[in-house]
Design a protein around this ligand. Structure first.
Ligand SMILES: C[S@@+](CC[C@H](N)C(=O)[O-])C[C@H]1O[C@@H](n2cnc3c(N)ncnc32)[C@H](O)[C@@H]1O
Length: 372
């Protein structure tokens, strides 16, 4: 038993919920901050949250249990199966009354415990389009570097580890508006990221320098964005009081129905094992908020495969790795609650890694390093 008389498991769960509550408050979701704070109290009081989370006491913090919990409940509300809770969520047209939402969530967890518990099983499918702002900037840095060899318009093969529904594989099809007023991306894109970054760093190539010739993503829980269930799953992980994120997800779902993306149901190691390099193209491995979910052995295998591919890269067949990860992929960074994630790019031949900026967990706004 812990000193306060509760089991150590309860305290761990409460700490996890409180940590995520703080992150939600910092990232503009007062509703989820309130729900998670009350959920932490409920765990210590032995209420329905405690019952629903039984057996998850030792889940690693990086597996984002609090977001899995709220995602599962949100899914029931979005699908019309939890009208009492939906009545208080802005995402379902509700009033946004946080104390009333908590009372309704508590009832839901009591009445539908089995369904919510089933919903905890998978990693959050937060396919956050805002992260494309960070990934695109890192990609442009790599493109600038290979242009002298591959020519002014660089053919790019994109390969995304942990792609969820593959929405960030459409990063060249989105429109980005920086705080300096400069705009990148197709004029007719349905996805607009306003305030994507503070200002363009010097050295990015002009728009049109990138021609994506292949888009392949892998994820053990890959999501079909064109299916009703897939879209519901993605919507459920958008925090219920963040309409701007919900809107960009809807726009990206629209685009995803029109742009071909190859989605494979494979983990990181298997996806990378099947990757090769091609003459005349820049092969890009991208990943965001994925590394913390990889089992240790798979993370090592993925790193080794990347090093092996890097060793085989040539000026005519270069490789780049672009990433937005807590601590750059250090699995402990998420656990420590770090909310400024480095944006980095590594290019081969050479294997030189550069941190080119910093971004919040949902990607925007990116602060570029002036030295890029
Ligand atoms: C928080 S989501 C991020 C999704 C996407 N990368 C983004 O930034 O929008 C984490 C993703 O990691 C995936 N994942 C979990 N285990 C994995 C593994 N072993 N290999 C590859 N992806 C994995 C999950 O299925 C999920 O899609």
């Amino acid at each position: 038993m812990a000193e306060d008389g509760t089991g150590g498991g309860e305290q761990r769960l409460a700490d996890l919920l409180r940590g995520q509550a703080r992150a939600c408050a910092d990232l503009g979701s007062p509703l989820y901050a309130h729900l998670l704070t009350r959920a932490a109290d409920d765990v210590l009081a032995g209420g329905p949250v405690r019952a629903v989370l039984a057996g998850h006491e030792d889940d690693p913090p990086g597996s984002a249990l609090p977001l899995r919990l709220l995602g599962a409940a949100h899914r029931l509300a979005l699908s019309g199966d939890a009208p009492g809770y939906a009545a208080h969520l802005p995402s379902t047209g509700g009033d946004g009354d946080a104390p009333a939402a908590w009372a309704a969530l508590r009832d839901l967890l009591t009445e539908r415990a089995g369904e919510v518990r089933a919903g905890l099983r998978t990693a959050p499918q937060t396919n956050e389009v805002g992260r494309s702002a960070a990934l695109l900037g890192a990609l442009l840095t790599a493109v600038a570097q290979v242009r002298p060899t591959l020519g002014p318009v660089v053919p790019v093969r994109l390969c995304e580890v942990g792609c969820s529904a593959g929405l960030n594989l459409l990063l060249d099809r989105f429109r980005y508006r920086g705080d300096d007023g400069r705009v990148r991306g197709p004029e007719d894109s349905p996805v607009e990221l306003d305030g994507a970054w503070r200002a363009e760093p010097p050295g990015w190539p002009e728009p049109g320098a990138v021609r994506v010739v292949e888009r392949v993503g892998g994820d053990p829980d890959v999501v079909d964005p064109a299916s009703v269930d897939g879209a519901l799953l993605l919507r459920s992980y958008v925090w219920a009081d963040q309409p701007h994120r919900a809107a960009r997800l809807e726009a990206a779902l629209d685009l995803a129905r029109r742009v071909p993306v190859e989605r494979r149901r494979v983990g990181a190691a298997e996806l990378l094992a099947g990757l090769d390099l091609r003459d005349g193209t820049l092969t890009v491995v991208q990943h965001s908020v994925v590394w913390q979910y990889l089992p240790d052995g798979e993370r090592e295998a993925a790193e080794q495969r990347l090093a092996q591919l890097g060793g085989a890269a040539t000026p005519a067949a270069p490789l780049a790795r672009v990433r937005l990860e807590p601590g750059g992929g250090d699995a402990g960074a998420f656990d420590r609650g770090e909310t400024g994630y480095p944006v980095s790019v590594t290019t081969w031949p050479g294997g030189h890694r550069r941190v080119v900026g910093t971004a919040p967990p949902h990607g925007v706004p990116v602060r570029w390093d002036a030295r890029v």
